[in-house]
Design a binder for this molecule. Structure first.
Ligand SMILES: *Cc1c(COP(=O)(O)O)cnc(C)c1O
Length: 397
């Protein structure tokens, strides 16, 4: 006899709702912000450079540029790469919209390459099939935190003279073949939104080993305004500056940088707890045929940002929609990452069609992101597991 589901009037597994993600903010973060607010600089001050240097030490990248969001970081990479109307940029459909939008901000067309069914990451073979003389960049996303097939994508980009942009919004702290994410692509971007591994409320960063790209990224962050004395006309004084391309204000504040320095100091603990919860979920679900096994490439030592559970729909009498609703009634607020980006009205209006990436669409029908964040208690984790098992027991074929 299975337990009565909350969705049918039974008792929920818990009385308060738990969400799929949540920030970890402590007294140290609050003090770091407050101290900066009491100081002389609340933007463009010393905390920006200090955080950038710290990101370089953490990732092994030569240069870091911090910006106001992960989306701004992606836009800056495309500006730095000189992407423009008529160009094409390849990305995955299983991502947040920003991974594709960054190409559109520069007027380029987005081409979606399908994912691997097992890893849910962009398939290098599918990238190769989409490359043509207009393709200027690949934006590869380390979905859930698992590294993409970096060596394969690196080779495709090198063979075709394209930029390799790694959207690592999920994967700060992940290693690929023992090397930290951040120094492996031409440019790597992070997001510091509250659900991500470390947060400044908002914020983002771009890592690169190229001095040339670094110089352009610095300009892209502040309106493409230069004060380089070497460019200053003879008749102008030291107040002089010039705007050399169209740019934006994508600066981060100093108090956010101060908070992020403190967050980065704690990242090992965050990662450890995320990995631990992931291992518990994996172990608990391992005997359930109704849940597909998670597969990872052996090269990736993953810091899990999301726990994406995949339903084996052939073994269940419900679909993802019903399962999700039942979880919600149990007071587990899951999430779905992601709706294939080209299904959005905006991308449909540009001519993208359903069916473009059939594997991504199948993946989409199976996925539910379970709560995963460092401050989850053991009871929270057990409640999630309890709800999942309860619902499976009811809907099992
Ligand atoms: C969160 C996220 C972004 C955007 O970051 P913001 O800081 O919210 O602008 C981009 N790509 C992916 C894959 C993300 O998860």
């Amino acid at each position: 006899m299975s337990e009565k589901l909350a969705v049918f009037g039974g008792d929920p597994v818990r009385n308060t709702r738990i969400h799929y993600g949540r920030q970890s903010v402590d007294q140290g973060d609050i003090e770091a912000v407050a101290a900066t607010l009491r100081g002389d600089f609340i933007t463009c001050g010393p905390k920006i450079k200090e955080f950038e240097d710290k990101l370089c030490r953490y990732t092994g990248a030569k240069y870091a540029v911090v910006v106001s969001s992960g989306t701004a970081a992606l836009h800056c990479t495309c500006m730095a790469a000189g992407i423009k109307a008529g160009d094409e940029v390849i990305t995955t459909p299983i991502t947040f919209a920003a991974s594709a939008n960054c190409a559109r901000y520069c007027g380029a067309d987005v081409v979606f390459a399908d994912v691997r069914y097992d890893t849910m990451n962009i398939d290098p073979q599918k990238i190769r099939e989409k490359v043509n003389e207009r393709t200027k960049a690949v934006v590869a996303v380390d979905f859930t935190g698992q590294a993409v097939e970096i060596d394969e994508i690196r080779k495709i980009c090198d063979d075709n003279g394209m930029f390799f942009i790694e959207d690592a919004a999920h994967s700060i702290g992940t290693k690929y073949k023992g090397k930290m994410i951040g120094s492996l692509a031409d440019m790597t971007t992070f997001s510091f939104h509250p659900v991500k591994t470390i947060t400044g409320g908002e914020g983002g960063a771009i890592l690169t080993n190229s001095k040339k790209l670094y110089d352009r990224l610095l300009l892209a962050r502040t309106h493409f305004i230069t004060r380089d004395p070497a460019l200053r006309p003879e008749e102008e004084g030291i107040w002089w500056y010039d705007q050399i391309e169209l740019g934006y204000n994508y600066r981060l504040t100093d108090f956010q940088a101060a908070m992020l320095i403190n967050q980065l100091n704690k990242i090992d603990g965050f990662i450890c707890r995320r990995k631990e919860i992931t291992r518990i979920y994996d172990a608990e679900f391992s005997t359930y045929d109704e849940i597909l096994k998670r597969t990872e490439i052996p090269e990736s030592d993953t810091c899990n940002h999301l726990y994406v559970m995949r339903l084996n729909l052939e073994k269940l009498k419900c679909d993802r929609k019903l399962f999700f609703k039942a979880m919600y009634a149990e007071n587990i607020q899951a999430q779905v990452h992601y709706i294939p980006v080209y299904w959005f009205s905006y991308y449909q209006s540009l001519g993208h069609k359903r069916g473009e990436c059939p594997i991504a669409e199948k993946v989409y029908s199976e996925i539910i992101s379970l709560p995963l964040y460092p401050l989850m208690s053991d009871k929270d984790v057990n409640d999630v597991i309890h709800a999942v098992k309860k619902i499976i027991d009811y809907y099992r074929k």
